[in-house]
Design a protein around this ligand. Structure first.
Ligand code: ATP
Ligand code: MG
Length: 846
């Protein structure tokens, strides 16, 4: 009991049975098993009822691991073992936490009150931190910085250290710091060799400065929500003890994807006082890596497997806590972000006497789906291996469909979805799971055309992504110079020395003159309002806009977009960015350009975008779910569409290039996660061609298709239109690689694919033509410009209110006399600053 109650001496309160007391337990045992127990299989039930001591449930997809956790909470609560506030339950996403609460409500037949400690590692860490903020030099109302704020702050630190942020980008430092935080390393703990890799040896100092600045700003970044919590626990044993006492039961879902920081945090909480959790020990040098996966993912960890924290010192007296972790080594998909599948493998070592329970019956998928997924994952070497069976029917075979290109793929899937809808399926039971976020674009566009409601889960919609909004902003300004929002968005993106002060000045002028910002900019650069450097920079930008606008009349809009992204330095900004998500953003930009091909001109394209953006479905609407495979973990749908199973995209080329076999195995686990999301139908697609910079390139079907078992797979014709891509047109030439077709080759299909790739100009993607590698260097892609880029100063048609010889005052230059008037541009002889050109809205009559 954590709350000691005062008992009045002369007035005894009514007897309250102690939670978890013998009487309560005996009473629970005497009652018939509640439904939440009786509908479990014996192994699940054992996992639920083994409440004392550590328990690990190590089992495959769809075997009811999450169900076990939820039932376990229900059991703890209904037997009175603990109150809601005494159970710490960690889920992988906030959505999963909400889902768990909902299910608990159903199991217990009543709304679950409280469960304040059911959430993600970060949300719970943040909550603990707020209660003790002063102890980590913060105030309880501290702000959690978003990535943009974080980057801005790091840029300031870089400039204070005179470090060239072109050579050492702030985003790269952000990625490094995040990697360190994932490994539970404070500035003092980062191995010096590793810290030295950034900023000519200043990486460690920058990390330290950054942490200090955060304190001054009363702010924390995402990683701090755990790291500072760990520091709190280590430095304040009393605080740690109070939480150890509070949390009678600890439950963790998706344990295979915990990183070192999460592991340390859990271990601190799950040991009784006396246990000392030591700092991670570092094995050898660690190199830099970028995130081998797609777009909106969190920053990368470091290449070499993070070192494992030292085990606790042996202590005979240490009572083991009631911790229950569930996970599946075959679903570990966050290695690139620092997750340590090792955590699950060493559970028994960390918690001696732990009960390990394996579940073998899959309740989710039909026979064919389960067999296909199991056969695929068996190609991985580094795995524990497990048996999975289903008592479900075989159901429909997993289908594999080849489409001509991604457009036909989207069209085909769109038609299949409409067909399912006609048959009475709900859209809520349908999901599209993509490997990389850029793939979503084709589907979103298609669904808007079809009027099919959809929602993007776990990230923004394609056209809402920051890099897409930036690129669109450039195009919008070209299309409509009066688009102030767009102009303001990109005037200093990439950074060109036109900061807040410049924008404010432009706003002031624009407001007074009732003109658009870009017009204000055009006027101001003709004057001395701005410092020469900023003025030069703004003049360059305005010159570029004039040039692009003229070009837009003669070159195709897709080409224009490429030119603009190139010449504005926007593409280059992301090329130089070595942070985790930069490569995904470049992919998205390329997809944006590709998507423009479908429209006649820029205007038409921009109108389409505003239509797409306008369509915000209600949360409870029946809608198709679109998400990345990473976001789909733990979820299930009746019908799952898996597009883009092509070499280079899935497995993703970057994962292979940067991580070799380990990368390939993680990709295969991702494929396995994808297929095992399906209850009734798993539908795999690949496009046989992709357009890259307007030219077609042939793809090779994913090696994962080769690895599917023939008996459980059916090759189907694309419903997407041309009919070319289906089995008929494809058959022998490609699918003889598939095990599904009983390949007689001794070389596995993907190896042949690789050989082919090695020698090919046309077979697959080599680096320069892969649509999944970054944009080619801007130098190589620069095309000769045919249009003269002179900024023509047009008369604004505005007459100034001032007259010659007027005595005026200017904020910056002081008093002076008007010597010349040209529209609203004044030449003024200032008493101190000499002769200057200024715009009239900046001067007042003296
Ligand atoms: P994943 O590895 O994908 O996270 P999981 O092991 O957590 O899967 P759950 O999501 O808990 O599996 O369960 C999969 C499905 O099987 C759910 O729909 C769940 O309700 C159902 N299920 C699990 N156990 C049983 C059971 N004993 N009886 C009936 N249905 C069950
Ligand atoms: Mg689960």
């Amino acid at each position: 009991m954590t709350d000691a109650r005062k008992v009045p001496t002369n007035d005894l309160p009514a007897y309250q049975p102690a939670a978890g007391g013998i009487a309560a337990r005996a009473r629970a045992a005497a009652a018939p098993a509640p439904t939440y127990l009786s509908n479990l299989n014996p192994e699940q039930r054992e996992a639920v009822e083994t409440l004392d001591g550590p328990v690990l449930v190590l089992a495959g997809a769809g075997t009811g691991k999450t169900k076990v956790l939820t039932s376990r909470i229900a059991h703890i609560l209904s037997t009175g073992r603990a109150r809601p506030g005494e159970i710490l339950s960690v889920t992988f996403t906030n959505k999963a936490a909400r889902e768990m609460k909902h299910r608990l409500g159903i199991m217990l037949g009543q709304a679950v009150e409280g469960m304040p400690w059911l959430g993600t590692f970060h949300s719970i860490g943040g909550r603990i931190l707020r209660s003790h903020a002063e102890l980590v030099q913060l105030k309880s109302n501290f702000t959690v910085l978003d990535t943009d704020d974080q980057i801005r702050l790091l840029k300031q630190l870089l400039s204070a250290e005179n470090i060239d942020d072109k050579r050492w980008p702030a985003r790269m430092l952000a990625g490094l710091i995040d990697g360190w935080k994932n490994r539970g390393l404070t500035p003092a703990q980062v191995p010096s060799g590793e810290a030295a890799v950034f900023g000519n040896g200043k990486g460690g100092k920058l990390y330290k400065d950054y942490q200090e600045r955060l304190k001054i700003l009363n702010a924390a970044d995402f990683g701090d929500l755990l790291l500072e919590c760990i520091r709190l626990f280590r430095e304040q044993p009393d605080v740690l003890k109070s939480y150890q006492a509070r949390f009678k039961y600890i439950l963790v879902d998706e344990y295979q994807d915990t990183n070192v920081a999460q592991y340390l945090w859990l271990r601190l909480l799950s040991q009784n006082s006396g246990g000392v959790v030591t700092s991670p020990r570092v094995r050898g040098e660690v190199g830099l890596q970028s995130n081998p996966v797609e777009g909106d993912s969190p920053p990368a960890a470091l290449a070499e497997a993070a070192p494992h924290p030292d085990p606790l010192p042996a202590s005979g007296e240490r009572e083991q806590r009631n911790i229950c972790c569930v996970g599946d080594d075959d679903q570990s998909i966050y290695g690139w972000r620092g997750a340590e599948v090792d955590n699950i493998l060493r559970f028994e070592h960390d918690f001696p006497g732990a009960k390990v329970i394996r579940l073998e019956r899959n309740y989710r998928s039909t026979g064919h789906i389960l067999a296909a997924a199991s056969h695929l994952i068996a190609h991985n070497e580094g795995r524990l291996g497990k048996t999975l069976r289903t008592e479900d029917e075989d159901g429909e075979k997993v289908t594999v469909t080849g489409a001509w290109d991604s457009e036909e793929e989207a069209r085909g899937i769109g038609e299949e979805i409409e067909q399912l809808q006609r048959e009475g399926h709900k859209l809520n039971d349908i999901a599209i799971l993509v490997r990389a976020s850029f793939q979503m674009r084709e589907f979103e566009d298609r669904f808007v055309t079809l009027g099919l409601p959809y929602r993007v889960i776990g990230g923004p919609r394609f056209y809402e992504r920051a890099e897409i909004r930036d690129a669109l902003a450039y195009l919008r300004v070209i299309n409509s110079p009066a688009d102030d929002l767009a102009f303001e968005r990109i005037v200093n993106v990439p950074k060109r020395g036109l900061g807040d002060a410049t924008v404010q000045m432009l706003h002031d002028h624009a407001r007074r003159r009732r003109i658009p910002l870009s017009e204000a900019a055009r006027q101001v650069i003709e004057t001395d309002e701005m410092k020469p450097k900023a003025r030069g920079s703004l003049r360059d930008l305005m010159t570029s806009f004039e040039r692009w606008r003229k070009q837009s009349e003669v070159v195709p809009h897709t080409e224009l977009a490429e030119v603009v992204l190139d010449e504005s330095g926007y593409t280059e900004m992301w090329q130089k960015d070595r942070s985790a998500d930069a490569a995904g953003r470049l992919e998205n930009l390329k997809e944006l350009v590709r998507s423009m091909e479908e429209f006649e001109n820029l205007q038409g394209f921009l109108e389409h975008i505003s239509l797409v953006m306008d369509r915000e479905g209600a949360a409870d609407e029946d809608a198709v779910s679109v998400m990345t495979l990473h976001s789909a973990k733990g979820l299930e749908f009746d019908n799952v569409f898996l597009p883009g199973w092509e070499e280079g995209l899935f497995p993703h080329q970057r994962a292979l290039d940067e991580q070799g076999r380990a990368g390939l195995e993680e990709e295969r686990r991702l494929a396995h996660v994808g297929i095992t999301r399906a209850r009734k139908r798993a539908k795999l697609y690949f496009a046989t061609n992709r357009r890259i910079h307007g030219t077609w390139s042939t793809t090779i079907p994913s090696r994962f298709l080769d690895e599917l078992p023939a008996a459980n797979v059916e090759i189907t014709e694309s419903k997407g239109g041309s009919g070319w891509g289906g089995a008929g047109g494809y058959g022998s030439s490609r699918f003889d690689n598939l095990e599904a077709f009983g390949s007689s080759y001794s070389t596995p299909g993907w190896q042949r694919a690789q050989q082919q790739r090695g020698r090919s100009g046309g077979g697959g993607f080599n680096e320069s033509q892969s649509p999944f590698s970054s944009f080619g260097s801007s130098a190589s892609r620069k095309r000769p410009m045919v249009i003269e880029g002179e900024l023509v100063a047009k008369s604004t048609g505005i007459e100034s209110d001032f007259s010659l010889d007027d005595r005026v005052f200017h904020q910056k230059f002081g008093y002076g006399r008007v010597t010349k008037i040209d529209g609203n541009k004044l030449t003024i002889a200032f008493d101190k600053a000499g002769e200057k050109k200024v715009v009239d809205s900046f001067v007042e009559r003296a």
